[in-house]
Design a protein around this ligand. Structure first.
Ligand SMILES: [Zn+2]
Length: 142
């Protein structure tokens, strides 16, 4: 019988190191892509909430003809960033990736909302966050 007693099985150290290196490279590539996609998803969720909120407060303004005191809209002299919106039914929603300014339109046309993502507010780089993440609702951009 021809039995190999010292048959090598398993992997060599070099093979294992190559596999570990390849996995490391894949992880290093995927983490930035994943975090960019996560940011985009959070901004999209904020946009959806803000559009719903803007529709609600603008409809309220049109129906009543005056600004609702429950809407934290700045007068046109000072603005402060908000990280949370409270719908008129009391439901509170925290913004996931940015901040907003709410103002009263100069032309008495209701409200204006401007949204900037936190990355833009932190870095003030217009590319890509100002162009891709900012949202302006209402007559002008404050
Ligand atoms: Zn952004």
């Amino acid at each position: 019988m021809n039995v190999q007693k010292n048959k090598k099985c398993g992997f060599t150290l070099a093979e294992l190191l190559i596999v570990v290196a390849i996995v490391g490279i894949l992880v290093a590539i995927s983490i930035p892509i994943f975090s960019v996609q996560l940011h985009k998803a959070r901004v999209a969720a904020d946009w959806a909430n803000l559009r719903a909120y803007y529709s609600e407060i603008q409809a309220d303004y049109i129906a009543t003809g005056k600004y609702n005191p429950e809407v934290p809209a700045s007068d046109n002299t000072s603005y402060h960033y908000l990280t949370e919106i409270t719908f008129l039914d009391g439901q509170r929603v925290e913004l996931k990736a940015g901040k907003i300014l709410i103002g009263k339109s100069k032309g008495e046309n209701g409200y204006e909302i401007v949204y900037y993502c936190n990355e833009y507010l932190r870095t003030h780089n217009v590319e890509p966050h100002y162009y891709k993440c900012s949202l302006s609702l209402g007559a002008s951009a404050l």
